[in-house]
Structure formats: C-alpha cells, structure tokens
Design a protein around this ligand. Structure first.
Ligand code: NSS
Length: 431
C-alpha cells in the first residue's frame, strides 16, 4: 500500500481535481441523504461530503457504517466551498472501509483528565496532541541544526551509571547482575571526558529523577539536551544558552504556524531574543523578600519561589552565583567570592521557572577533591572523573536543558505531562 497524497496537500489542489485519499474518520454527521465525514491524517483534517446519488449506493451505505477512527479510502473531487472548514471539501465518489473500528472510540468530549491519561495511546490521535508533538520535533530539530552549524559534535552516553551527578536522593536504582547501579540523571560527566577529544559536544537523551514531587513541572523521565564546551567560562556558556534557545523558539515561530494555530498560541521570536536579564542569587532573594517570601541564604528555590520570581520577568532570565552549599559539588566556586559558585540557571518568565541548569565546572584537581569531601561523597566513586583534572585540565562549562520544560513554557501547557508522548511521573507509568 502506498499513500499518494496527504490532507494538507489537498487544500492546495485546483477545484475539480480528482483524488484518492486514505486516513481515519475523526467525526461524522449524518443529515438523511448527506453524510459529512471529517477525515484525519497526520497533516490535518478535511471535510468529506458523501451524498446519496453522487456516491454509489454501496459507498453511501459504508459511510453510514464507518465508525469513528475507522481507516478509510476516499475517492472524489476537490471542491472549494467557503462553508467547509478551511474552505475546501471533498465530494465523495466512493468510500472503502480499510479497517472498521471494533468498538465505539472511547475518547469523547467531556471525558476527564485521568481517563485521557489512561488512554494516552488513543488520545495521541487528537490534532492538539499531534500539534504539540510536531512542535517538540521542530524544537529538537532546530537545536540540532544550530549546534551542528556552530561546531558541536553529538555524542551518545550511557544510561547505566555508578555514581550521582545531581545528588544521591534522586537516583533510580537498578539491579545490574547483582550489583546496584543507577539510571543517569545527567550525562555531564561523560561529556566532560569527551571535550578533551572533541572540545564542543552535545547529547540528547533521557535523564531520570526519582523525585516524588507532584508539581506541574516534574517528570521522572525527561529528555535532556546537554552541552559541554572546553575553554569556556560562565559568561561564554550563558551566550551559548541564549543563542541556542533563541534559535529554537525562532524556528518554531517560523515553521509551526499551523500547529500554533491549532493550540491557539501566538508567539514571536522576540519572546526569547537575547540578551537575557542576569541576576545573582542574592538579588533573587531580595526580590522574593519584597514579595514577602523569606528564604535563608543557602536555601534552594522550590517550584513556588521560582514561580513568584519568574512572574517578575517577561523574558527568560538567568539566576547566577548560588551559594555553593545549595549546588552540586562540581560547580566552580567564584574566585572573587568562594562562598558562591559560577553557575547559571535559566528561568522562563510568567511563572514557569527553571528550564536550563548549568555553569562553569571545577577544573582544578585539589579543589575538586576538597568539594567531593565537603559533600560527604566517596572519592573512589569519582576516580575517573578526577582523572580528567590530571591531564591538561582546562576551564570548561556546560548546561542541561529539559526539552519538556521548554515546551511547557513555550506552549503554556497546563502540565509538563502534555509535552510527552507517554509521560512518566511518580503516579504514572502506564501506558
Ligand atoms: O539538575 S539540572 O538543573 N542540571 C543538571 O542535570 C546538569 N548536570 C546539566 C549539565 O550541566 N549538563 O537539570 C537540568 C535541566 C533543568 O533545568 C530542567 O530543565 C530539566 O533538566 N529537569 C527536569 N525536567 C523535568 N522533570 C524533572 N524532574 C527535571 N529535572 C531537571
């Protein structure tokens, strides 16, 4: 079987063109001797008019029998008609049911959120979910294009790991032939090894976090775009983050107009145009204090604090120079004030919060040993990571961007779940 034309292409055909189209019955309305079918494929939805008399009687009968989400083949003529959605309909000459639905399709208007999530494998067929997935694909494509054009090499790192990157509390344990290993939280350490060969690298792969957080922005499995650069300090890595995100957003604006329309979302590239405001952790505390949120020096920002903070901005903004005790051991202490580190989180405006975390890494062997000890970690676990500081160690920086977090913000999705094909959260591992 070979599909020759898509729904999207039909809209561009001349009036009267004869076509054969395959797809699925999205919805149906019957008015006596006239049946309207909304035919869906991966590119859109088009109205098909099945008129008794114009269509052979067998096909007309089939149009009455075809259940929602049945696969059908339609032959007919393109007719420009301002009353049809999109100004075009197909006047059906013949209709064939390729695969009749065995039951009534369970996804209907008004079913609850839990039902939709339990039936995600079927809900994926909705044009809204399709639009989100296409925008997701474009975001990723744009990121890859920009990184490649700017000399970054894509690398693929392991998923099984033996020691924490982002703290032991969020590690998923796996039994590895009797030995306990973990699912990766971040491929940062492998990237740090790779820059001594490739200098500018990136990876796009899943990361796992055993966080019981039931917030609108936490997944237990998410797609992590991570970048690492040799000979780069905090300020140069912030530039990479700005340019990368801007190009991703610009590309979505240019290439996903239809999808944004389906989602009722209007966005412009200026939303993410650099430069982004940069504030230090101390200033962020001050802003929160003015909003009557008292945090002690060293407290990390939770979802609530980040929301409040990000309501003060209308563009992504960096929060830098966190207290060293609030961040992972590998962050470079600021030589001018070693109580803070040269890190940068990028927060999305409007209440969304962190979408990127990164900064400059410690490249000095002794300082790294000191920080591993300070954090009560086992030096033996980080032996190979320490080795990297023994041979030609150079200042280097990097970051991780959560793809679902970016989508959640950009599309103003109600929950980060909607950014995933099959979301994984503490409460959801099926389907
Ligand atoms: O923990 S991060 O802030 N940083 C790291 O993992 C670094 N080791 C990355 C690096 O420098 N190579 O996570 C980075 C981003 C964060 O800003 C979010 O966008 C996303 O990863 N992230 C998540 N997304 C969804 N759900 C959860 N639970 C989650 N955790 C982090």
């Amino acid at each position: 079987m070979h599909k020759t034309i898509s729904v999207r292409e039909v809209f561009d055909l001349e009036d009267g063109s004869e076509i054969e189209l395959v797809g699925w019955v999205r919805s149906k309305r019957s008015h006596g001797k006239l049946v309207f079918i909304d035919l869906r494929d991966s590119t859109g939805v088009i109205q098909v008019a099945v008129k008794y008399g114009l269509t052979n009687s067998e096909s007309f009968q089939k149009s009455l029998e075809a259940k929602i989400e049945s696969a059908v083949r339609i032959r007919g003529k393109v007719k420009k008609d301002p009353r049809a959605p999109g100004g075009v309909e197909i006047q059906c000459n013949s209709l064939e049911i390729l695969s009749q639905s065995l039951d009534d399709f369970p996804i209907r208007k008004g079913v609850g959120l839990k039902f939709l999530l339990d039936n995600r494998h079927l809900h994926l067929r909705s044009p809204r979910v399709g639009a989100i997935m296409k925008i997701r694909a474009e975001l990723i494509d744009a990121a890859r294009r920009w990184l490649k054009e700017n000399g970054f090499i894509e690398i693929n790192c392991p998923t099984f790991i033996t020691a924490a990157v982002e703290g032991g509390a969020t590690l998923f344990k796996v039994d590895y032939f009797g030995k306990t290993v973990y699912l990766t939280q971040s491929v940062q350490f492998y990237q740090e090894a790779a820059i001594y060969s490739l200098e500018k690298v990136y990876s796009l792969q899943p990361s796992f976090r055993a966080e019981m957080s039931r917030t609108r922005r936490h997944l237990t499995e998410f797609w992590h775009l991570e970048v690492e650069v040799a000979f780069a300090d905090l300020w140069s890595i912030m530039k990479v983050i700005e340019e990368l995100l801007y190009n991703m957003v610009k590309s979505v604006c240019e290439k996903c107009r239809e999808e944004l329309k389906i989602l009722g979302r209007e966005i412009k590239p200026e939303l993410a145009e650099p430069p982004y405001p940069k504030i230090k952790y101390a200033e962020a505390l001050e802003i929160l204090r003015r909003k009557n949120i008292e945090l002690r020096w060293g407290d990390d920002f939770g979802a609530d604090e980040e929301r409040e903070l990000s309501l003060e901005f209308d563009k992504p903004f960096f929060v830098t120079h966190y207290p060293r005790e609030s961040k992972a051991f590998y962050h470079m202490p600021d030589p001018e004030n070693p109580s803070v580190c040269l890190n940068a989180d990028l927060l999305a405006p409007g209440g969304y919060g962190e979408i990127v975390g990164g900064g400059q890494r410690i490249h000095d062997y002794n300082l790294l040993v000191e920080r591993i000890r300070e954090n009560g970690l086992n030096l033996e676990d980080y032996k190979w990571y320490l080795d990297l500081r023994k041979y030609g160690s150079v200042p280097h920086s990097g970051f991780g961007m959560g793809i679902e977090r970016v989508l959640w913000w950009l599309l103003k999705l109600p929950h980060i779940r909607s950014a995933c094909l099959f979301p994984r959260t503490p409460a959801r591992i099926y389907p």
